[in-house]
Design a protein around this ligand. Sequence first.
Ligand code: AMP
Ligand code: MG
Length: 491
Amino acid sequence: MSDNKIQLNLKHTYADNVGELASFIIPTKLPNPEWVITSNEVAELLELPDSVFSNSEYLNWFSGNSSLANAKPLAQKYTGHQFGHYNPDLGDGRGLLLGELQISTNRWDLHVKGAGQTPYSRSGDGRAVLRSSIREFLASEALHHLNIPTSRALGVFKTSEGIQRETLEQGAGLIRICRSHLRFGHFEYAFYQNDTELFESLVDYTYSDVLQLGSLKSESLTIQDKALAVFENVVKSTALLIAKWQAFGFCHGVMNTDNMSILGITFDFGPYGFLDDFDSKHVCNHSDYNGRYAFDEQPGVGLWNLKALGHAFSSLLSKDQLVECLAQYEPILVNEYSGLMRHKLGLSKNDKGDQVLLGEWLGLLQKDKRDYTNSWRLLSNYDGSNDASIIDHFIDRAAASKWLEKYKHRLLLEKDDTQVRMQKMKAVNPKYILRNYLAQQAIKAAEAGDNAELESLFEVLKQPFDEQPEFEQYAQTPPNWGKELSISCSS
Ligand code: AMP
Ligand code: MG
């Protein structure tokens, strides 16, 4: 393989600290790579030069067609609970950590998804299709711009290879970035292997380096102290994350513990979906037959997953410590969610009737199957005089009218003038979200070689709270064909 001339300051902290969880790989060459969509913002975040997308040396490295002298690409070993059952056979089956890029103040994992087979591929082909790579790219960038913590993506490239799924699809690779790819499943693996030394190395590495919880005093801390700090941090960040998913109507779809990030960021996108019509029981993953990961199950599943992680930490933490940490989850989540929902309602003060008011509003949306995002945006345009705009939005106009009276009454307790309230509401009630049908249209065109639709959609999603009149059509609810798109795990 040819040597590459680009120069990147790459670190190897994962291999150095938890090398037993790494398989070093010579990446498979992905043929004729070509960028399909790229993020200049992420390139800037990574302090990469302007030429990163035009200089083929970069793409050649990302796609396994050349090597960097200082890179040691590796596949990570982890396990996890999938749909409630422990699976010891997981790991990066089609992803590689290409390198950890050290820039001025931060370090970023550069990961390529779809990079070919690894020791953890089982019967899989190690490949990713263009469809799912675009879906992950769009979702992670969309979530980021909604202020929801997430992994991000530098870009998606296609290859000239056909990939067999239900049909023959186009092969692709996604360059994913985040501060670390450590999952709950890394800790579960070490625990179920009874490998105390490895578990402690993971804790130490996570504490000092990944989460940077250390302080000058940390020299004197025991491994138990560090484990407690790490676990508590994960409980808190996961609670905050899931509160945000619930507020913005994001359904992850496969909340297996191997897809849960130790950083508390949205991670490993599969058959996710943003809600169209509000249905609290919505199941976005068509392979999730029992609705384990239904929209309103997500907070409970988050806790279930943390308990699975806690079980792994039981080698270092007492039952009381675990219970105490886990007990923080619900109040943190509820507090964050309530705060966000109060903002969405335009309420800056806290009143005892607010929860009921919110519950009744969501009840109206659920009963009349109204679009979650657009209904909130509509409410953000309520100026105190346009009652019909709200009442006519619902089938049960009498119930809507009754609710609106209560809402008007409640608004009297607020100090902000109406225009200020409306502005504040629009800053938390997006006009544009990544609807499945929009993604589908962009994917279809990209598969046919036209990336214009994808570019436009990406532009819109970068400013989800702005009006963007030229993109008005992207705020429309799905046409009939786009309502129940079947999104499965196949990717
Ligand atoms: P996921 O459902 O994408 O989170 O993947 C679950 C597990 O299956 C992980 O260990 C993946 O690396 C692996 N996997 C998924 N798709 C493939 C594939 N096409 N080839 C090899 N491994 C895969
Ligand atoms: Mg996964």
